[in-house]
Design a protein around this ligand. Structure first.
Ligand code: CDP
Ligand code: MG
Length: 137
């Protein structure tokens, strides 16, 4: 059993995709064990994307994530980390397979709608950052 983090980025919230994305997670058989709609503090987003601090897109992605409300969701299930990554699709929506969230609803890398943890270590770190109060399971 694993728990992973999903963020629905401001573009996804703006486009009323909270329900659609959550529906897909639940339909897959995964459990939502933490859920909140928040205006993320810039420091939290900078910490979240710390591995990308030196990358040219760092400021843009941090600005994007703080441009409006986001959903933070903790998702639990067997192989949840890999299952969720696959459901969200490739980072660049043009490479994302149809049937994935990015492949169905996104067109550009700077507005690719969701974040999901890349591996179990990243998931643990990110869940601690976004759910310091803990999750329900
Ligand atoms: O989100 P994911 O783990 O698939 O990709 P990442 O390589 O960890 O990059 C984090 C986020 O930075 C992406 O989801 C994009 O929102 C953004 N990004 C970007 O705007 N331009 C790039 N060339 C690479 C990433
Ligand atoms: Mg990543």
């Amino acid at each position: 059993m694993e728990t992973t983090l999903v963020l629905i980025k401001p573009g996804g919230v703006n486009r009323n995709l909270i329900g659609e994305i959550t529906r897909r997670v639940e339909a897959r058989g995964l459990k939502v064990v933490g859920l909140k709609l928040i205006n993320a503090p810039r420091e939290t987003v900078e910490e979240h994307y710390a591995e990308h601090r030196e990358r040219p897109f760092f400021n843009d992605v941090v600005t994007y994530l703080t441009s409006g409300p986001i959903v933070a969701m903790a998702v639990q299930g067997t192989n949840a980390v890999k299952a969720i990554r696959a459901m969200m699709g490739a980072t660049n929506p043009l490479d994302a397979t149809p049937g994935t969230v990015r492949g169905d609803f996104a067109l550009t890398i700077d507005d690719n709608l969701t974040h999901s943890s890349s591996d179990p270590d990243a998931a643990a770190r990110e869940l601690g950052l976004w759910f310091p109060e803990g999750t329900v399971a």
